[in-house]
Design a protein around this ligand. Structure first.
Ligand code: GUN
Length: 292
């Protein structure tokens, strides 16, 4: 068997098509959705992600504000920017790119973003709503993108066994909550660095969501034939054959393609969907200001 591709680019395009009408409706009310992105320091990967978010805003006709601060900026500088953006009626979404430098309290700064503008969905109010089973709010973009890809593939989750590898606040835990939520109805295992018999637990699963940040960790013999495998990993590995000296690989060994029923590619899988869901959250945040 060769897995079908859970094509994040194609799925993201269909999300964008649906957003066009909503953006046009907002513009009739005199509103252009506006995303503000704050980035601190020089992490090259973070700059690539942020530029990609800004470019997508431009493509969709959203306004964006890009605030760049040096690595030695004070936490208080970031605080002031967030407070100022919270107060601006013309800004609908605020995102502080992670990771922040070590001297900053990332969770504290996340909590400072007003929950109605928290387009990353990381504020405790928004994560708390998700824990309560309310999936109609601002959801974390990567797990929300994963759920959309599964729907795009027509993949039935009801009663199925899903395993999420990784328990992060940004991906693993919210992905587990969304998979188990009413409507999705999967039976979910959350695996992490202390999980025993990981390969066996994976091999029992109908759906594997890998979000651990370890290149090629999930091997073909961990995967039940025909299972759905979503690869959230984006790992840079050295590759002297490339001009830039590295390439991106996922958490899933590419040989899994020969066993799985569906597999999301890296790049071109979850990455484009994360950005699409960020755009969707920004539009949603803007709609809420006019009761659309
Ligand atoms: N860094 C890696 N992924 C993300 C994300 O989804 N949001 C933010 N703010 N930072 C990130």
């Amino acid at each position: 068997m060769t897995a079908r591709s859970l094509d994040g680019k194609a799925c993201a395009s269909s999300v964008e098509v649906a957003l066009h009408n909503r953006i046009a409706a907002l513009k009739e009310h005199g509103i252009t959705p506006h995303l503000a992105v704050v980035i601190v320091g020089n992490d090259p990967a973070s700059h690539v992600y942020v530029n990609s978010k800004i470019r997508t805003c431009e493509r969709l006709g959203l306004t964006s504000t890009h605030i760049e601060l040096p690595a030695d900026a004070l936490e208080n500088d970031v605080r002031k920017h967030i407070e100022n953006l919270n107060l601006r009626d013309d800004v609908h979404g605020i995102l502080v790119q992670s990771p922040l430098p070590d001297h900053m309290d990332e969770e504290g700064l996340t909590e400072l973003i007003h929950p109605t503008k928290d387009v990353d969905g990381f504020h405790p109010v928004n994560l708390g709503r998700l824990v309560q089973g309310r999936t109609d709010g601002l959801l974390p973009c990567t797990p929300h993108g994963v759920m959309n890809m599964l729907e795009w593939g027509g993949i039935e989750l009801k009663g199925k066994r899903a395993i999420v590898l990784g328990r992060s606040r940004i991906v693993g835990m919210p992905a587990a909550l969304l998979l188990a939520a009413r409507g999705a109805d999967a039976t979910v295992t959350v695996a992490h660095s202390r999980t025993e018999d990981l390969a066996e637990r994976c091999a029992e699963a109908d759906v594997i969501v890998a979000a651990v940040g370890r290149p090629n960790m999930v091997k073909p013999d961990w995967v039940k034939p025909g299972a759905v495998v979503v690869d959230v990993g984006i790992n840079r590995v050295d590759d002297p054959s490339r001009e830039r000296g590295w390439r991106l690989v996922g958490d899933v060994d590419p040989a899994v393609r020969e066993v799985a029923g569906w597999l999301s590619p890296v790049p071109g899988g979850v990455g484009p969907m994360t950005i699409a869901m960020l755009m969707s959250n920004t539009v949603r945040a803007a709609e809420r200001t006019v009761d659309l």
